[in-house]
Ligand binder design. Structure first.
Ligand code: NAP
Length: 294
């Protein structure tokens, strides 16, 4: 069997087009232009690239982007003061603080200071709690993207056996909560899980969010399963260059899976698309309007 390749780039583009339409309607009918503030502290090259592509995507969707680039020696007090200012700014509907923050800053304190209604990363404990209890919430972008990709193959996930490998607060746990919300039967595996290959082989839906290059082998995949690979790992390539691979041994897994996401071009593009989704949702909620469907 050779798997269907789930084209994350194309699906992300569809989501972005829907969000641009929703943003245009909000502007025309209500005079609201959704605004996203991105805060970057320091000059980590990977973070700078990521922040630039976020701002570009926001502007392309017809929304406002407010970029705040602070020097690496910015004090925690100054950063908290900026977040308080953004919390109070009615033109800002979403606030994203790019991680990692420099070591002299308490990341948890900073993330918890973002107004939960503007928490487009979905990292605030209030949003995590709302998601866990099945209440409407701003949910982390990467897990949201994973659900959209899984539903591109299976419009209903109800009753499916889902295995999530990884239990981080930004991917594994919120993904498990979203899958429960979709009425899947969910197993969360991690570094202490016994016989991980056997656990993975039970999955109709296998999600890999581990951070270990090609750890999940082809024969861990149940024939016909849908595999969503969140991993982004840089490994040595040919000619002294590096290349990006996922957490799944793609070529062998694609021989057994029914559908699979590539890396790059799978989950990655969905993360930014879902950031736009969350920004529009936050803008609608701030004005008591229903969220657009995506
Ligand atoms: P993380 O915080 O490091 O969590 C990794 C998880 O994997 C942990 O729960 C860990 O278990 C588990 N794990 C580690 N080794 C394992 C093993 N040998 N067997 C089973 N489980 C194991 O990572 P993360 O932030 O969730 O990110 C995961 C991956 O997704 C990374 O490659 C990251 O770059 C990528 N990512 C991609 C996007 C995107 O936009 N595509 C966004 C976010 C993250 P313990 O809890 O027991 O330690």
């Amino acid at each position: 069997m050779s798997a269907t390749i789930i084209d994350g780039k194309a699906i992300a583009q569809e989501v972005r087009a829907k969000i641009a339409t929703a943003a245009a309607a909000l502007s025309k009918e209500h005079g609201i232009v959704p605004g996203l503030a991105v805060v970057l502290v320091g000059s980590d090259p990977a973070s700078e690239v990521y922040v630039r592509s976020k701002s570009k995507a926001v502007i392309e969707a017809g929304m406002r982007s407010f970029d705040h680039k602070l020097s690496a020696d910015t004090s925690q007090a100054d950063l908290l003061a900026l977040i308080a200012q953004l919390n109070a700014d009615e033109t800002v509907h979403g606030i994203l603080v790019q991680l990692p923050l420099p070591s002299h800053i308490d990341s948890t304190l900073v993330l918890n200071s973002v107004d939960p209604g503007k928490d487009v990363d979905g990292f605030h404990p209030l949003n995590a709690g709302r998601l866990a209890t099945g209440l409407p919430a701003l949910v982390p972008c990467t897990p949201l993207g994973c659900i959209i990709l899984a539903k591109s193959v299976h419009p209903s996930l109800a009753g499916m056996d889902a295995v999530v490998v990884g239990r981080s607060n930004i991917v594994g746990k919120p993904l498990a909560a979203l899958l429960i919300g979709e009425s899947a039967t969910v197993t969360v595996a991690h570094s202490k899980t016994q016989d991980l290959p056997a656990v993975c082989r039970r999955a109709d839906l296998l999600f890999a969010a581990v951070g270990r290059a090609e750890m999940i082998k082809g024969d861990w995949v149940r024939p016909g399963a849908t595999v969503i690979d969140v991993g982004i790992n840089r490994i040595p390539g040919t000619g002294g260059k590096s290349r990006i691979v996922g957490d799944v041994a793609y070529a062998e897994a694609a021989e057994r899976a029914g559908a699979i996401t590539p890396v790059p071009g799978g989950v990655g593009p969905m993360t930014i698309a879902c950031l736009l989704v969350n920004t529009v949702r936050a803008a609608c909620a701030a004005h008591g309007l229903p969220a657009p469907r995506v």
